[in-house]
Every structure is written in structure tokens, then in C-alpha cells.
Design a protein. Sequence first.
Lengths: 519, 254
Amino acid sequence: MRWPVRLLLFTALAAFAQSPDPGNWLHYQGNLEGHRYSPLTQITKANAARLKPAWVYQIDKLDKFEASPIVRDGIMYISEPPSDVTALETRSGKVLWKYKRTLPDGLPFCCGRVNRGVGILGDKIYIGTLDAHLVALDAATGNVIWDVQVADIKKGYSSTVSPLIVKDKVIIGSAGGEFGVRGYIAAYDAKSGKEVWRTWTVPGAGEKGAETWLGDSYKYGSATTWVTGSYDPSTNLTFWGTGNPGPDWKGDKRKGDNLYSDSVLALDADTGKMKWYFQFTPHDVHDWDATQTPIVTDDLWNGRMRKLLLFANRNAFYYVFDRETGEYLLGKEYVKQTWAQKELDPKGRPIRIPGKEPTPGGTEVYPNSTGATNFQAPSYSPKTKLHYVMTRDEGGIFYSGDDTYKEGSWYLAGRFVSKPGEEHKGAIKAMHPQTGTAKWEYPLAAGSWAGVVSTAGGIVASVTADGDFIVLDDTTGKLLYRFPTGGAAFANPVSYIGADKKQHIAVATGHALWSFTLD
Amino acid sequence: MIQLTPMRTLLLLALASLAGAQDKAPSDPASLAAGKKLYDFHCAFCHGKGDDGMAANLVTPVLVHAPSDAALVSVIKNGLGGGMPGALGMTNEEMWQVAGYVRSLGRTAPTSVPGDVAAGKAIFNGKGGCAGCHMVAGQGGKLGPDLTHIGVMRSPSNLRTSIVDPNAAIVSGWVMTHITTKDGRKLSGIRLSEDQFQINIRANNGQLLSIAKADSTNIQRDLSKSSMPSYAKTLTSTELDNLIAYLFTLRGGL
């Protein structure tokens, strides 16, 4: 296929080294600290009402489109379901190249043929694939540079996470938490594709933490890592949230705290060695994966500057830690919950209310398994010092069921249904980390699966449950702009400078990627 | 799409059957027992025993959304828009077992129910006033659900419940809504969609209306109350039997 000369120039630009240009969006969360914040200021509170779609790119699949774009030097790189990659120019969203992966039949995955985005370093683009491979593509052509198997699909593994690029390594998490796999976080040499380290999220026999699993139940412990973690250059730690213990909804065979499920892990980025961990939901039986994005920031805490880690959890509590030591600093209920006492214990451990476990006849609990928040990416603005979180408010009826393990097969041991006769609601909450309370909240008629982005221009952008792209004032939550895109979002917005030198906000909704800019 | 000649198509079909592509749900006792166990766990919450749940009747030889067994497995796997979710936690084999069990329910379906169909039709269009709100084959009102296929969608017992105790058989997504606007208008109708900016209804006169929430002072949604009155005292027991017999014949050609 022949391309016009100017497009060839675009692709040539892609070979340039990593640029610190604020117009780029180089990581899943924009920066390594997990902020999903853009320092760009073209779009402001004052002019956001003049936003317009600049272009739309449509995919040709009906699977959920969960990609968070990467943008470098005016070229956008997205993943498309199931495990494809597309490079787009950003003047009108036209395709520069495509990588199409042929997948084997009968892949195990819980929640659709999805992928949350690619990673970029130098002249390569990285994607974790549904058949649990990590693939490096040439950024200029989409040609495969290397392709390594990360895990075995026969055991129930897959990969949906956008890789985290730290220095010369590609760090990738695991998926398969509904198939009784053993979760991991693994780092690969970006150049060669050689595995550098792998940290299991569930201890092996005799290892520390194995005693928190009854018998040999640790073998099927899950605790997968399917949302990208963050990284702190000042401590060289990478922080990853882990998922539910297996099986999801019945804990009889895995009595104990089930480490390191539903936890945040602080790992040395060079070696993968665990420096500290904190478990949010010991012995979870409600599928409350702690795979939300940990946010790295420094701020005053009781009068002294501290290195903080912020975490809005699926279990309906909001947490703050000292990220150097893992010291628990704050934990507070921020969405309706009925499973634990309102106050956590002094170490941040929840005090469970008896009788809230799933049963064969059903048990009502708030929140349901979709959680207070889930894989909707949060945003942190260093300007407002607020942590913007897409929340969901919905009760559920939890059932326990058969907990027989079979390799590569579903390992759920139960199910949940939404509480009948109740309509779920949602809100974008501007959490104040110092107090664990919302400074403002923008109520949504229904819970949305979109994440949020904030910018130095003073705005917060997201998408409502039925696909309205919305822009809010970052200090008041006032609505500044709305555009109905006509398809629900399962993705997270980003902001970048396009080839037109204008600031854009891009987000996937329905089966299309929208890029908004000022008229 | 690749164009296929008839000969190539035949060849492909022959190859497909040689490859043993599954197209028939299993009916052996072991599969049915496995299917029932899965059904009880995954499906019974909404479908009940098959004919007494809040969701579609499955004790019927014909399913509106599943003309073939493969289509039934597809519905089980992917769900339908609205209330029916796709299966979570079932293997392909298990989904076929559930399909087999559902088809076995269909084989037990009654072929007729007691009551006089013609007399029931007269009640539907006359004394009962049903046609004022419900459409059958393009004729009738617009307030309630279209009943063209109701004999396939609902069992006789479920139909009876719907008529004598409508609040016990509320149709998912069918929410009567009452809106008071800032300029003093009172509007009622079935909610078609809603977000935080607006609510869209089909008003009782059939008009499709979009109302900005900013222009309304009060919105009341009848989430657990049917807008249909109970006919327990309006119809005699014979009239009820006749009406159900008539409704049971409404199959829209299926």
C-alpha cells in the first residue's frame, strides 16, 4: 500500500527517542506516577464550551473498546480488540499502519476480548495479547520485532493490561483471575524481550504468606494484575494493585487472609523484590479486585512533607499510605457499603460485619462485585491536589456455588446479581486525600465505566454511562461541555497535542475513538 | 465478504458437517441433569422453573430469540440487550448442556389451555379493554407491551399473574414515569431512556417526548409498580380462563 509523502514523514518521526514534551501522552496514565493529568493549558474552563469533535476513528469489531491511547510527536498508537495495534495520525485520525494478531481458538478470558492499550519506548510499541504473549512492534511499520510467551493459556492466563515502561523494562501484569491462575507481575528487557524478573502475587509452598491459605489452596490463588501499575523514580518502586483471590465468591477452601490478593504491592523496579504490601480486603469473597491505579504524589501530612500513595479502592474505602514504608495513614468509606464497620481498625484492616458472605440462597451486600470503582482510571491533579474518581453505587445479591477447580476452566464458585428493583447510580468524586472525603461530586444517572482525565487548564473530562463526553470544572464539578457520542465508554480519556498543534482530548466510546479539540 | 459459488458452498457445508460442528443441543439424561444444575444456578433467578419467572417463558417449543439450538447457545453466551446478561463462568460444553435442558423444558409445554379462545378475544377487545393499551399484530394501543408473541414469551400461569396481580410481574425496563415541568405541565409515560440531563418518555397519548431535567421540578418513577390495573375483580374466573386461552394463541406466526 502506498502512503502520501507527508504520512511517511509522520511515521519517520515515530522513530525519535522518548520526548519529555507535555504534548505527548507516553504512558497508560500519562505519567509514571499514575496521574492521568495533562500539563496542557490550551483548553481551559473559560473555553471548554467551544470543544468540538476534530475526528472520529471507527474500529470494525463489536468487542468492547477499552484502549487508552498513547501519543508521541503527533502520532497516536492504540490497541484494538482483541489484540491488534493501530497507528493513527492525529490531524484526521487516518490509519498509518495496523498490526493484526491471529489468536488461537478457545482462549480463556472472563470479560470480553479486550485490551487496555499499548506501551511505547524508543522505536518500539509493546502489547500484551489475549493469548498471554508480549509483543514488540516496530513503531514505524507495525512489524513484529519480538514476540514472547508470558504465560500459558491452558492454565487460564491471558493478558489485557497496558504495559508499564520503566527505564529499559516493559512491566506486564497478568489476567485470568476467574480461572484460578497464579498471578504475577513480570519485567522484560525492552530491547531483547528477555524476562528480567517475575514476582508472583501468591506465595509458593513454604514461602512467607503461604500460611494465609488453607491447605494447598494458594495454588489457585489468582490475585492477577490486569490494570497498569505506577512507578516512583524517587524510591525506584513500582506499585501494582492485585485482584481477587480464587475462587471469587466462596472462601471455604481458602480460609485465611489469602495474601497477596486485593493488595497493593511495592516492588523494586530493577529486581521485582517486594518492599512492602498492604492488603485492603483480607479473605475477599465479593470479587473486589484492588486493581485500581495507585497514585504517587508528595504532600504535607500532619505538617510534614511525605511521599504518599493514594488509592481509591473497589471495596468502597479510600486509602492513603506512606509509599516509602507502606505505613497506613488514612482509610475512609467513600461509597455506600454494608460489609464492614464504618471505621477501619488502626492498621487499616476492615472490621467485617458477620453474615455478609455469599450463600446458596443469596446475601445482599453493598457494593456489588462491580465495586465502588473498578478499572475506570482515576486522575490526580497536582494543581488542585484532588483525586478524581469515577464511582458506582449499586447493591448486589451474592450466591456461593460449586468450588471444584479444573485447570484452565472457570473458577468462580458463585455469582452475583444486581439488587433487584434498584437502579444503579454513579458519580465523579473529587476526593481530597487529606480527609478522604469528596470536595465535590458530579452525580451521574447511572454508573459509568469510563475513567477521568484532568488538565492544567482546570478541567476534568470523562464519559457518562450512555456515552456523553463531559467536561467539568476541576474545582467545582460544574459542567462546562457535553457531547453525546452515542456509545457507552469502557475506556479512559487522554490529552495531547495533535499534528495540528492543538490540544486534544481523546477517548474511546462505543466502537469509535473520538478526538476533541477547540474550534 | 468472499463470494461463494453454490458448489463451493455445498463443499464447505459438507466439510463443516464432517468436522462435527455442533448444531444440536444434547438430550441424553446425563447432559440434561448437568444442564439443569447449571440452569438452577445461573438462570433460575430470573427464569424461575422456566415458566414462572420474571423473565421470558422457556417452557415453550419456540423461543423468539433462539430459532435454532446454536442461536440459543449464542443467547446464553452473549445475552440479549436489556436484562439478559451473557453467561459468566460456563464452558462451551456447559452452555450446550443448558441449551439442551431449556429445549427439554420446551418439550413439556402445554399445547392448549382451558378456555374459549373466541370469547377471550372478545374480552381482550371489549370488556377487558386490553386493546386500549396493548397491540397485537399491529392493531391496538401503545401504552403497554406489544402482545403479538405473548403466547410464546409467557406461560399461562405467568399470564394469569400478570392480569390479576400486575405488580408481581413487572416487565423489566417498563417504568411508568410522572414528570412535573417548571411551567406546570404534568406528563406521564413509559421511560424510554434517561441520563442526568434528560428523560425520554412515550407519553400516554403515544407522543415521544424528551424532557430536560433542568426544565422539570419533579420526576417520579414507578420502579416496583405496574401501570396496569389488576383485573382480579373485573373479570370472572371463566372470563379470565378465556382471556388466557386467547393470549396463549398469540404467537406471531412462530
